[in-house]
Design a protein. Sequence first.
Length: 276
Amino acid sequence: MDIRSALAYARAQGLERIDAQMLLCHALQCERAWLISHDDAVLTPAQEARFASDVTQRAQDMPLAYLLGEKEFHGLLLKVTPDTLVPRADTEVLVDWALELLADMAQPSPQVVDLGTGTGAIALALKHRHPAGQLSAVDLSPAALAVARENAQRLRLDVSFLQGDWWQPLAGRRFELIVSNPPYIAGADEHLPTLRHEPLSALTPGGDGLSALRVLVDGAPVHLQPGAWLVLEHGWDQADAVVGMLQARGFQSVSSRKDLGGQARVSAGRWPSEQQ
């Protein structure tokens, strides 16, 4: 089988051309440019078997990132495994907003924590772009934390990783900025079956999808310095609910920002300063 035939095979299995090219590059350990200019190159039996297996799994909704073992996020190439949620481009909206807030802070080395860090994507992106920040990251899953630590070591980014359930490992600590992309998909959401290869606990808390967000909003004040910010990613249809939670809890300057598809995806609020 040559490259041209391999791509035709993948197309017949229902794969997008870009996905097929990425999988073929992975099997051949080559760049896309080489692939495109050498479409008559013949795969070895081992390469052909690897590619066929990957095509079959991709056709069954296996995330491309799991097959490749990596995913780019905010300019960083991260290791990804089935123990972690695949980082999404929409989450970069949260990172960009958090970076704006950090840039406006008077503290030279603000304390920042990322709750439910998964691959470490948010924490590592913030540390990369705002090196003065003192970054901590929490996750309940030891396997996910192992991936996050490996990413931090490979990227040479100094982030402190803690294992525990949301606020549990942070007793007595306060921060200038708290960020989180928690599980928020409703338990009965029709799209969940297509995400079946990703860890369910990182996708949905069940019920209406808001329980983790409630825990974060309710528990945040005792961990926030006066004037500090809480920034949360949520579902496309949950902005009103999250804004309401933040306001009811006493947060000020509450607002939301839209994702790449134009849906309100991230909401944030500022904890009142002592003077207020």
